[in-house]
Design a protein around this ligand. Structure first.
Ligand code: ADP
Ligand code: MG
Length: 137
């Protein structure tokens, strides 16, 4: 059993498709182990995406991620990290496979509907960034 972090980004939350995206996870044997809706501060977003600090899109990414509310979730299940990435589709929705979340709900590489941890190691770091022990019980 694995856990991974998922974020429904401001574009998807604003489009009123939170439930539709959560249904993709639940329909594919991923359980919502923890969940909350919140608005990231600039500091939060900068810390969360610190690995991308030197990338040319970093500033825009922080601006976008703080532009509205997000839904942060811990998904749990067999191969949760890889399964979530598969359900999400490619970073650029134009390259995302048909039927993936990004193909169906995202507009652009900036506003691409969802985040998902890219490894088990990063999943643990990202889960701890957002959730306390009590929330994960
Ligand atoms: P993923 O979210 O698929 O793991 P990355 O970790 O590479 O993708 O990038 C983090 C986020 O930064 C992406 O989801 C996207 O919102 C943004 N991003 C990545 N590459 C670009 C780019 N070339 N131009 C604009 N935004 C980008
Ligand atoms: Mg990533």
């Amino acid at each position: 059993m694995e856990q991974t972090l998922s974020i429904i980004k401001p574009d998807a939350a604003a489009k009123n498709v939170i439930g539709k995206i959560i249904d993709r996870f639940e329909s594919n044997n991923l359980k919502i182990a923890a969940i909350k809706k919140l608005k990231l501060s600039e500091e939060d977003a900068g810390k969360f995406y610190a690995v991308h600090k030197e990338r040319p899109f970093f500033k825009d990414l922080v601006k976008f991620m703080t532009s509205g509310a997000v839904v942060v979730m811990v998904l749990e299940g067999e191969n949760a990290v890889a399964k979530n990435r598969e359900l999400m589709g490619a970073t650029n929705p134009k390259e995302a496979k048909k039927g993936t979340i990004r193909a169906d709900f995202a507009e652009s590489i900036d506003a691409n509907a969802v985040h998902g941890s890219d490894s088990l190691e990063n999943a643990a770091i990202e889960i701890a960034f957002f959730f306390s022990k009590r929330e994960l019980a």
